[in-house]
Design a protein around this ligand. Structure first.
Ligand code: ATR
Length: 280
């Protein structure tokens, strides 16, 4: 077997994953003799696949839907972020061959926000987060760790938002989905974690004009790159941060662990991944 390190993304389905485009680009850019594969693994086969990871020549993996929670439970140990979020997206084998788990989605989101809106911390005050799925969990963890003192959380299905508020505690206040517009005037940061605005989905119906002039708007949807929400924010001269950077930055820690180089998120990487989005 080749000694070149190999990693993979595990999903079901996995075909849509952009991770091979990102890691493949970095492997070429840094001239690393390694590989990054796609592995379509059925939920019932995940535990066996992870046990066989070293036997299959893998040093680690990314994990995507629907395996993120199960991957956390399969790992021998997990970092603070993965435990708080309740899901893992990055796995690696330590020196003893035992499986370690991390969740780098909060890191990816925060790094993208810091890069796209460097002053967001000065103007944030209250943040509003739309949605209560897996992505919202990661983003709430990131915002709370960053010290955001008050987060208004709203979701079509209120019970899911209430579960998150219970899990994460004090800074989160759940507001009804129908009342979100009236709370916007107090918010310095608006985050869309729902699928609304994605190609093929209805647009997000929200009064961006009610936000303060210094507000920052960010969307985790990146197909299209410029969602109707971001376009509306830019039309009002608000700072708008697209979701692609979160995807790119969340990949950095995994590549570093598996291949021993801390890779850079550059405009050229971004352009490369954008060219793959047309096939979405
Ligand atoms: P992810 O793990 O990527 O966050 P998810 O768990 O499917 O994905 O969550 C999708 C989010 O988009 C949820 O908050 C969902 O709201 P519900 O919890 O009520 O399902 C939200 N969403 C999807 N379609 C929506 C719609 N038409 N209107 C409002 N919210 C919607």
């Amino acid at each position: 077997m080749s000694k070149a390190p190999r990693a993979c993304v595990i999903g079901w389905p996995v075909e849509h994953s952009r991770s091979p485009a990102i890691h493949g680009y970095w492997l070429r850019q840094y001239g690393i003799d390694g590989a990054y594969e796609k592995e379509a693994v059925r939920p019932e086969d995940l535990a066996a696949f992870l046990s066989d990871l070293p036997a299959n020549g893998y040093v680690g993996a990314n994990v995507t839907l629907p395996h993120k929670e199960a991957a956390l439970h399969a790992a021998r140990s997990a970092d603070v972020a993965a435990k708080a979020i309740g899901a893992a997206n990055t796995l690696w084998l330590d020196a003893n061959g035992s499986l370690q788990a991390s969740n780098t989605d909060a890191y990816g989101f925060m790094t993208n926000l810091d890069e796209g809106a460097p002053k967001w911390r000065e103007t944030c005050g209250v943040a509003m987060v739309l949605g209560a799925g897996g992505a919202a969990r990661a983003i709430l963890h990131g915002l709370i760790e960053a010290g955001v003192p008050r987060i208004l959380l709203t979701n079509r299905t209120v019970a899911k938002a209430e579960t998150l508020a219970r899990d994460f505690g004090a800074p989160i206040e759940v507001i009804p989905w129908e009342t979100k517009d009236s709370a916007l005037s107090a918010c310095g940061l608006l985050v869309n974690t729902t699928s609304l605005g994605m190609t093929g989905q209805p647009p997000l119906d929200i009064m961006v004009g009610a936000l303060p002039a210094a507000a920052v708007v960010t969307d985790i949807v990146y197909v299209p790159l410029e969602t109707p929400l971001l376009a509306a924010a830019r039309a009002r001269r608000l700072t708008a941060v697209d979701g692609l950077g979160m995807l790119l930055h969340q990949a950095v820690p995994g590549f570093d662990r598996w291949f021993g180089v801390r890779p850079e998120v550059t405009p050229a990487l971004r352009d490369h991944v954008v060219t793959t989005l047309g096939a979405a």
